[in-house]
Design a protein. Structure first.
Length: 609
């Protein structure tokens, strides 16, 4: 049986589960409390199980609503998730298809309870082990498990702290965990002892720091064939990964966690989500190499493997909305929310205290919304455009054009451009969410140069292959392009449809070069804002490319980068050819957000000197 709701074109099924309230949280909930998480079920009772999640008091519009393949409510526990989601995957594992179940979410969102649980209330991993044990009893296969931890990009053997684990790429291009303990499991009691009590570890052995560290924890269950053979072959693998919780690195951590550690965790989460995104969108290059964890999981992600991303939602956590937006990004299909949908949204999360109303919604997601705006707003404005035009007809069209006419003369291009980098440094979220890259305006698009998707791909490839020109020439190029953007605005002209009284205004309107992206937008300000956002992204992209490719001397030419940092950047390039994927990565080399912003502002400012 295929996994529930499996979509043949998507490798990764993305679902959510809202955890129950802890005793402490329940104490502060009242009858009049507002639901924090609302779930709209698209085809209740039907075959379409898709849901859309929205948050807090905000009306659910596309801007703050996120699609998921399914969502389990607070009353639905791990055993239901097991039956509906995991059990169907087990038969695949028995037949040679690997599977991975990954719990992702903010800190304290119930990931460990869902995956690991406890001896009293077993989580998905133990339930799966029981099922796998009974399956191998029938077919004579064997089971071996490994338990590992990925801490600060190092893979550690949880079952034997003395063992050194190395990542080794085999002849098929897959990563193997060399040296990791593999323990045969014959019964549930053996598994419980091993998994919950680290049973095989000798009492004298060091088990690492006493304080629980924030790391990704993985359980690898291998089904092995040929019980008589010491070199048994792996039939199939099932991975359970309890990811370290996401936390906004800009906020003070709940337990004063090291901000560098938090930033590294977030970076590895983004890297994994990028892999999920690439798999779901069938991208030709899946960025496995960007983190140790994705390398470890690589052989369970490719081919006919199945992946379940279980987004755990903490009903009272600021970071929840942001994690949902990140996970949902890999679901490509979008369904605009209609009024009916918004009204009929139900809450699977019980209400939370009304004081939550005043609580600031997720800081990052606020920022995200601002930054993501380009994508989400565009989508909604597109549907809005259609609706408006069809339902209200010419009258509204007339108002619309009038508005354009009036505002177009007030456009202060340079002041908007100056503001570009005052909105804040676009972060990973921006890059990742805003556009899914497909909707980003490239420089060429920004100056109205049409390019076919194929050509775009070629351009991208050649950009990667060629050594980047020095920053100064990149800036010159960008500057010229910007100038041509101003000058390419045609003063008018089109044929007037005299029969249409509303056509006059549109005819007189100076036309900004059209691109597919902007064609759905309503007024010059929207168009301009989107172009600005596209240019901002182009600039960020060029700057990152420069940092990834420039020589040491060229790097030192940048404010904030001296001998030491330049050397460090070159070292980073030896580990990964492209160490900087987004502006957040610059913080890893010790540049503060302010410094990064300063660099970008200088670059932007230079364009108009
Ligand atoms: N279904 C549930 N109902 C009530 N409380 C729950 C539920 N699931 C988890 N909790 C509680 O929520 C808290 C956090 O749970 P858990 O440790 O599983 O979260 P986590 O996401 O793994 O956290 P971290 O990211 O810090 O590792 C715990 O106090 C746990 O008891």
């Amino acid at each position: 049986m295929p996994p529930r709701g499996s979509n043949s074109s998507r490798k990764v099924r993305i679902i959510a589960t809202i955890r129950g309230y802890t005793d402490q949280e329940s104490g502060s909930i009242s009858e009049n409390s507002l639901p924090l998480i609302s779930v709209y079920k698209h085809g209740e009772g039907g075959s379409d199980e898709k849901v859309t999640l929205s948050f807090g008091e905000q009306p659910a519009c596309r801007k703050n609503a996120y699609d998921m393949d399914y969502c389990y409510g607070q009353n639905e526990d791990s055993s239901l998730i097991f039956v509906k989601e995991i059990k169907p995957l087990i038969s695949g594992v028995m037949n040679g298809k690997n599977a991975s179940i990954i719990a992702f979410g903010a800190r304290g969102s119930g990931k460990t309870c869902t995956i690991q649980g406890s001896e009293d209330k077993p989580g998905l991993a133990a339930l799966a082990m029981a099922e796998i044990l009974s399956a191998v009893e029938e077919n004579g296969n064997l089971i071996a498990v490994s338990v590992y931890e990925v801490y600060q990009d190092n893979v550690l053997d949880v079952l034997d702290a003395n063992k050194k684990v190395q990542l080794f790429e085999n002849a098929h291009g897959y990563t193997e965990l060399r040296g990791i303990s593999q323990v045969r499991i014959n019964s549930m009691s053996e598994f419980v002892k091993l998994y919950y009590n680290n049973g095989t570890r000798k009492a004298t052995e060091k088990v690492g720091p006493k304080i629980a560290r924030r790391s990704h924890k993985g359980l690898m269950i291998c089904v092995l064939s040929d019980s008589g053979n010491p070199n048994s072959k792996v039939v199939g693998k099932m991975n359970f990964v309890d990811l370290a919780g996401y936390e906004d690195a800009r906020r003070n951590s709940i337990d004063c966690a090291n901000p560098v550690e938090t930033a590294n965790i977030n970076k590895s989460l983004y890297a994994l989500l990028n892999v999920v995104y690439a798999l779901n969108t069938n991208e030709s290059r899946v960025p496995y190499r960007e983190s140790k964890l994705s390398r470890v999981l690589q052989d369970s992600f490719g081919g006919s493997s199945r992946v379940l991303l279980l987004t755990c939602l903490n009903p009272v956590c600021q970071d929840t909305m942001y994690t949902v937006s990140l996970a949902s990004r890999s679901l490509q299909g979008t369904n605009g929310l209609s009024d009916t949908m918004i009204r009929s949204s139900v809450s699977l999360a019980k209400p939370v205290q009304s004081s939550m109303k005043n609580q600031k919604l997720p800081i990052l997601s606020d920022a995200t919304n601002k930054k993501v705006g380009s994508t989400t707003i565009m989508r909604s404005s597109k549907s809005l455009t259609k609706q408006t035009q069809s339902s209200k007809g010419k009258e509204s069209q007339s108002r619309f054009h009038k508005k354009i006419w009036v505002h177009s003369n007030k456009f202060n291009v340079s002041s908007i451009l100056r503001k570009l980098f005052d909105d804040g440094v676009p972060s990973t979220t921006h890059k990742e969410l805003a556009v899914d890259c497909s909707s980003a305006i490239s420089l060429n698009e920004a100056v109205g140069v049409a390019s076919s998707p194929k050509k775009k791909e070629e351009n991208n490839n050649s950009q990667i292959l060629e050594k980047s020109p020095p920053l100064s020439s990149q800036l010159r190029e960008l500057s010229n392009s910007m100038k041509s953007l101003y000058s390419s605005t045609p003063s008018v002209i089109a044929t007037q449809d005299i029969s249409n009284p509303f056509s006059r205004l549109s005819v007189l309107e100076p036309q900004t070069p059209q691109t597919p992206l902007t064609s759905s937008l309503q007024n010059p300000r929207e168009i301009f804002n989107n172009r600005s956002s596209g240019m901002k992204q182009s600039l960020v992209k060029d700057c990152l490319q420069f940092l990834n490719t420039a020589s040491k001397d060229e790097l030192k030419g940048l404010k904030g980068i001296g001998e030491k940092r330049a050397t460090y950047i070159l070292e980073l390039r030896e580990e990964s050819p492209e160490p900087f994927k987004n502006l957040d990565d610059l913080q890893d080399i010790g540049l503060s957000a302010k410094q990064v912003k300063g660099i970008m502002r200088n670059v932007a400012g230079d364009l108009f000197n």
